[in-house]
Design a binder for this molecule. Structure first.
Ligand SMILES: [Ca+2]
Length: 259
């Protein structure tokens, strides 16, 4: 390769790296007070390879929803075994789930369909249509909160699925934080996976600023081998205890997220 070609190639790599970093938030690396810790209490091996897109505790049951066309399911995870209750049609890609007012909501990725199910039988009670992509969903006791892969969170009414308000999640410096994925509402805050990172962020629902970042490091994380196999799945148990997992991982974890 000629010298000039080498220089152009190197310049290209530098520019691509800068473009990647520009889309990422810097501040957790430098601000120790914003860093929480992840204490692993239990590792539970998974007997199936699941493309997990949603996790939610309903009483003592851990509800799990999976994605991908042709293999999107919803069911119960119990001691590492997945008991599928319902499948989505093969042209629908399942996404986040949450239980609100004794109804189980299940998003689809690009199909614009939200299924509302009976949380015991998993039968569909009704279906809502919506604009844009569906990624994660959680419930704050009043409203549903939905992510779509951007920095935006949409608040929706559980009865009608109408958008009530939209908010942009920002870091300490006010920069939008994109790729918000699976969600959980706990302890007065919104918790979110950032897609294709090892980070869970804690968001203040009054300011929509990130107040804490928890960086995970699980043995089951195979995102270094397969970029699809990223951290995804957070379900609140009680207090600061949560279940965390990822897509195609061979385990899920009971953890404490400590501030
Ligand atoms: Ca969740």
């Amino acid at each position: 390769m000629k010298k000039r070609a080498v220089i152009f190639a190197l310049a290209g790599i530098v520019l691509l790296s800068l473009a990647f970093l520009a889309g990422h938030y810097f501040w957790p690396e430098t601000a120790a007070e914003y860093r929480g810790t992840v204490v692993v209490k239990e590792e539970i091996p998974l007997s199936d390879s699941l493309f997990i897109q949603g996790l939610e505790m309903n009483d003592k049951e851990l509800i799990c929803a999976t994605g991908r066309y042709g293999s999107s399911m919803i069911g119960i995870l119990n001691e590492g075994k997945f008991n599928a209750k319902k499948n989505l049609p093969s042209d629908e890609f399942g996404e986040g789930i949450t239980v609100a007012k004794d109804e189980l909501f299940q998003l689809t990725w690009r199909e614009g369909l939200c299924y509302v199910r009976d949380p015991q039988t998993f039968e569909v009670i009704r279906t809502h249509r919506y604009e844009g992509e569906g990624w994660g969903i959680c419930y704050d006791g009043t409203n549903l909160i939905q992510s779509d892969g951007t920095a935006k969170l949409k608040y929706r009414a559980p009865g009608t699925f109408e958008v009530i308000s939209e908010h942009t999640v920002v870091d300490r410096d006010g920069n939008p934080v994109v790729k918000l994925n699976e969600l959980e509402f706990a302890n007065g805050h919104i918790y979110a996976n950032i897609w294709q990172t090892k980070d869970i962020v804690k968001i203040d629902p009054k300011t929509f600023k990130i107040v804490k970042v928890y960086t995970t490091d699980f043995p089951a994380d195979i995102s270094h081998e397969n970029s699809n196999a990223t951290l995804n799945g957070i379900a609140h148990i009680k207090g600061n205890r949560f279940y965390l997992t990822g897509k195609l991982w061979n385990a899920y974890y009971k953890v404490e997220l400590k501030d």
